[in-house]
Design a protein around this ligand. Structure first.
Ligand code: MN3
Ligand code: FE
Length: 306
């Protein structure tokens, strides 16, 4: 397919477009380096943990590190669709998005290498699972091994509005908006409360900032699609609802593993937070049903606080 013009030689970049604002923000805030995070106190903390505490950290990290790998690997088909539609400003933002996901994978992987290496020998493992992947329950597997790659890879065959909606709902609303947000929040709170693992906390602080831009993009994308194709609201709603039980299942599975949950974690706090995220996003997306593109822009800009 040939091209007929370039944005930069005909009308120039639209710098007031919301994704360009995200791009500007990402260039300033998305440049932290996982390799620069000091894990020395984390190593000392780790040495004091009980086997149950270590087990919970490994469980959480196994969900995060694989989740970050999944989103790093699965984003490309969406970027390709956006590029093919000639949305240069959106694609420019998405280059920072995938870079950040790669860094999140890098970060958790470093934590495993430098602080919490998982024992490889059966003797050392004692009652622990064979590998970190054994912490992945059926609910987790459904979302990260099936639903996510399936929804994104579907874009390679057909990039219809419905397919884009399913991809973004799975990726931005469920995996990032519900699971990652809940996980970061809870993980961070538990470590903060007990003043543990400052290096891990610092990384999660940066991750959360990056993630809020990713989710803001997802909301923008879905709102743009719904404003243009209001008849696809049903697709969005039913896809959100179909994934919710699995996402909440991931949270309950983690708690089901322990009689006494280490670090004083309370299941209800996580479930409530997850449900709040879900309802908040859902209500936010509903506003796009009656909005036009300008209003969607304004709303997104306002939320960005710039
Ligand atoms: Mn991430
Ligand atoms: Fe993300």
């Amino acid at each position: 397919m040939f091209r007929s013009s370039f944005t930069t030689t005909s009308k120039n970049l639209n710098r007031s477009l919301f994704p360009m604002r995200l791009y500007e923000k990402a260039k300033r805030l998305g440049v932290w380096d996982p390799a620069a995070i000091d894990f020395s106190q984390d190593q000392m903390d780790w040495a004091t943990f009980t086997s149950q505490e270590k087990d919970l950290i490994w469980l959480l990290v196994s969900l995060f590190v694989a989740g970050e790998e999944a989103v790093t690997l699965d984003l490309l088909p969406l970027i390709q669709v956006i590029a093919q539609e000639g949305r240069l400003e959106e694609e420019m933002y998405l280059t920072t998005f995938i870079f950040e996901e790669a860094k999140h994978t890098d970060f958790f992987s470093r934590f495993l290498e430098e602080v919490a290496s998982f024992p490889l020998s059966a003797v050392e493992r004692d009652h622990l699972p064979q590998s970190l992947a054994d912490y992945h329950t059926a609910n987790y597997r459904y979302i990260f091994y099936e639903a996510l790659p399936q929804a994104l890879q579907a874009l390679r065959r057909e990039a219809t509005p419905a397919a884009q909606i399913r991809a973004s709902v799975t990726y931005n609303m469920i995996v990032e908006g519900l699971l990652a947000e809940t996980g970061y929040h809870a993980f961070f709170t538990m470590l903060e409360r007990n003043n543990l693992l400052p290096g891990l906390r610092k990384g999660i602080y940066y991750l959360k900032q990056d993630e809020s831009r990713h989710i803001a993009y997802g909301i923008y994308l879905l709102s743009r699609l719904i404003a243009e194709y209001p008849e696809e609201w049903q697709t969005l709603e039913s896809h959100m609802n179909s994934l919710l039980p699995y996402a909440l299942g991931v949270v309950s599975d983690a708690f089901a593993r322990y009689e006494v949950v280490p670090f004083g974690l309370v299941e209800e706090d996580f479930i409530n937070y997850a449900m709040e995220q879900f309802s908040k996003r859902f209500a936010r997306l509903e506003r796009a049903r009656q909005a036009n593109l300008d209003e969607i822009q304004q709303l997104a800009q306002m939320e960005l606080g710039e």
